[in-house]
Design a binder for this molecule. Structure first.
Ligand code: HEM
Ligand SMILES: N[C@@H](CC(=O)c1ccccc1NC=O)C(=O)O
Length: 267
C-alpha cells in the first residue's frame, strides 16, 4: 500500500514519467528511421536487402565510434579502457558475420528480380566500410576513385581518415610510453619482448591480441561475404564493376596488423 492508502505504483509506471517529455518512438526517432526503407521494385525480397544493409551501416557507425575511442585510450595510455572497447567491437563484429545468414535466406532467383536495377550501386561505395579499413590501418587511397560520385562531405571524411592516425599508430604510442622502441628496425624486437615478458607487459600483450582479433574477425566477415556472393551470383561480375568473387577472394588475404601475424613465426 502507498502512504496515502492507494495501491503502490508499479516501478515501470513511475520511471520516466517525471517530465513527460520523452517517448520511445520520439527518443529513437522511429518515424524517421522507419520511413527510410524504400524498395525501388515490387520484388518481395528487396525490403530484406535494404534492411540488412541499413543495419550494417548502423553497426559500422557504432564501430567507428568505439574504435576512435579505443585509439584515444591507447594514446592516453589507458589500456584497460581500450580493452573494454575492443570487447564491444569484437561482439559487434561477430553479429556482422552472423547476420549474413539472414540475407542467405534469399534465393538467387529472387535476388535477380531486382539486381539489375541496383547497378552501378555496390558495397564498393560504402564510405563507412572504407573508413573502418583506413582507421584500422589499411589506407589505400586508390579507393577514393570509387567515390567520385560521393557527396563532398563523404569524400572529406575519407580524406580525413587517410590523414589521421591508425589503431596501429596508437598501439605504437602505447608501447613507446612504456619505454619500448618502436622504429621500423626495432618494432619486431619490441613485440617479442612484450610476448616473452608477460610478467611486465601482459596488458600490452593482451591489447595486441585484441587488435589481432579485430583483424581476424574482419577477415572472417570478408570470407563470409564472398561465400554469400558466390552463392548468389556465382562468377558473374559485380554491379560495382569489379570481377566480383575473384576480386573479393583476393581481399580476404588482407591484414590490418601484418606484424602481429608475422610475430607468430618468430616466437
Ligand atoms: C546478395 C548479397 C550480396 C552480393 C551478391 C554482394 C556482392 C558484392 C560484390 C560482387 C562486390 C564487389 C564489388 C562490385 O563489383 O560490386 C561487393 C563488395 C562489397 N560488398 Fe557486397 N554483396 C552482397 C551483400 C553485401 C552486404 C549485406 C554488405 C554489408 C554491408 C556488403 C558489403 C560490401 C562491401 C563493403 C563491399 C566492398 C568490399 C571491398 O572492396 O573489399 N555486401 N559485394
Ligand atoms: N554488388 C552486388 C549488389 C549488391 O550486393 C549491392 C548493391 C547495392 C548496394 C549494396 C550492395 N551490397 C553489396 O555489395 C552485385 O553485384 O550483385
Amino acid at each position: 500500500m502507498g502512504i496515502d492508502g492507494d495501491a503502490p505504483v508499479p516501478p515501470h509506471r513511475r520511471f520516466g514519467e517525471e517530465g513527460g517529455r520523452l517517448s520511445y518512438g520520439g527518443y529513437l526517432r522511429l518515424p524517421e528511421l522507419l520511413a527510410q526503407q524504400q524498395p525501388q521494385s515490387d520484388a518481395p525480397d528487396e525490403l530484406l536487402f535494404i534492411t540488412i544493409h541499413q543495419v550494417y551501416e548502423l553497426w559500422f557507425k557504432l564501430l567507428l565510434h568505439e574504435l576512435e575511442n579505443a585509439r584515444e585510450a591507447m594514446f592516453a595510455g589507458e589500456l584497460w579502457r581500450a580493452r573494454q572497447l575492443f570487447r564491444r567491437v569484437h561482439a559487434v563484429e561477430r553479429v556482422l558475420i552472423g547476420q549474413v545468414e539472414v540475407l542467405e535466406t534469399m534465393t538467387p532467383q529472387d535476388f535477380l528480380e531486382f539486381r539489375s536495377q541496383l547497378a552501378p550501386a555496390s558495397g564498393f561505395q560504402s564510405v563507412q566500410f572504407r573508413e573502418l579499413e583506413f582507421l584500422s590501418g589499411l589506407k589505400d587511397e586508390h579507393y577514393l576513385g570509387t567515390f567520385r560520385h560521393a557527396a563532398d562531405a563523404e569524400l572529406a571524411r575519407l580524406r580525413r581518415r587517410l590523414a589521421e592516425p591508425t589503431l596501429w599508430d596508437a598501439y605504437l604510442a602505447a608501447l613507446s610510453q612504456r619505454g619500448l622502441p618502436v622504429s621500423d628496425a626495432e618494432i619486431m624486437g619490441t613485440l617479442l619482448v612484450v610476448a616473452r615478458d608477460r610478467g611486465s607487459y601482459d596488458d600490452l600483450w593482451q591489447l595486441a591480441e585484441d587488435l589481432l582479433t579485430h583483424d581476424e574477425t574482419a577477415a572472417l566477415w570478408r570470407m563470409r561475404h564472398v561465400q554469400m556472393v558466390e552463392r548468389q551470383i556465382g562468377i558473374k561480375s559485380g554491379t560495382g564493376g569489379s570481377t566480383g568473387a575473384p576480386y573479393l577472394r583476393e581481399r580476404t588475404r588482407l591484414h590490418y596488423f601484418p606484424l602481429l601475424w608475422e610475430l607468430r613465426a618468430w616466437l
